[in-house]
Design a protein. Sequence first.
Length: 272
Amino acid sequence: MLTAYKVIRRIFWYGMDMGIVLGLGAPKPAALPVRPFLIYYGWIPHRPSQFDHLAETMVQYPVVILGSHEEWSKDPDNSPAATLIHRDRRTAFYGYVDIGVTHGQADHTTEYLHAALIEWRKMGAAGVLLDCAGPDYGVTRHRLKTVIAIAHHDGLRVRVNAFDPQALCDAGLRPGDGWLAENWVVAAGRDDRFTQGFDWPSVSVVLRHHIAVWMTATDSRPPSWMWVQTWVPQTARALKGSWIAVGGPQYSSQSNSVVPAAWIIQALHLPN
């Protein structure tokens, strides 16, 4: 049953979408000061030509978040991830650590998480994505604050993925850190603005706390150029974030494909 709030919200978004289609009220290019970043959970090829192709694609992004794979952390100094990270310093690479407790997450000890953060730092990572980091995964404010403090102590910036963004307030974030707003507009090709129960007013709370918003938009297949041109601007308008990533299923883990950064730049009318 639709509440009055949901009806008004649907009318608002319908009007926004019609404005886009008809060219009415379209924002000026300068209204979207957003930068592209990449989340990559695919595999790192060992064949030199494939490795070079992946590296050359990634270097077009200012920031790349690498997924967590056990083979990357067995020998941090000589892992494929370390080779990728050290190949070109123009891109800042981030690691990945799951801090979730419930819903099938590993419930890692603080000692394990600290060791994982140290290994990513040894590989040359500039920061780390803390995944499954909200109350919906059993993560208390104390646990989140503890892991953030450890990451900062190890010289890492953090991106926090939490369904409830208000969990980040007073969690110890610093300038340069951020909140990952995962698929708040489109997820796996579906418009999720009205189905997932996101607390949209809380986004303004995050912005008032000067926490940078890192947005994602995903399709059910590797996104096409036209898909990127449609959903990237809609996501940016809705969330007013500072960074946006686009990907296919599970962020390249099924296809290893990467959306060119130029597609996102074109969609937002950003200077190259």
